[in-house]
Design a protein around this ligand. Structure first.
Ligand SMILES: [Zn+2]
Length: 131
């Protein structure tokens, strides 16, 4: 039996994000006051301090901003995945998130699309692959 991926328990704030992953939808909060995307999930906009954050579905498309290739697994669940990459992705909508690319390491500037790793509880873990 394989190890399950280490993922956070949904909090009250992040629950909508995880619920959307069950439908393979990448979502993020947007502040209705200053119009900025907010990542990671929170209660208050870190830019303007307003509480008016609403959830928005994203395209799941982006460009690799930075890559760190890992040859030793950071967790037993990644043992059969090495080498894998921890990446910063600039999403087409303008936000930057940290994620993983499994398989051949991408290079900075590669176009990537979100991919989903199923978790045992129906949620899915977002990763990216070069398109
Ligand atoms: Zn704001």
């Amino acid at each position: 039996m394989s190890e399950t991926f280490p993922v956070p328990e949904p909090s009250a704030v992040s629950a909508p994000f995880w619920a959307a992953t069950e439908k393979h939808q990448l979502t993020m909060q947007r502040c209705e006051s200053c119009d900025r995307l907010v990542w990671y999930p929170r209660s208050v906009c870190p830019r303007c301090g307003e509480f008016s954050l609403r959830w928005e579905q994203l395209s799941g498309q982006g460009v690799v901003y930075a890559v760190s290739v890992h040859h030793r697994p950071a967790h037993p669940a990644f043992a059969d995945k090495v080498p894998y990459s921890v990446v910063l992705v600039d999403l087409d909508e303008g936000a930057r998130i940290m994620s993983n690319v499994f398989g051949p390491p991408p290079t900075v500037g590669d176009s990537v699309s979100v991919e989903w790793i199923p978790l045992d509880d129906g949620r899915n873990l977002p990763t990216f692959e070069v398109r």
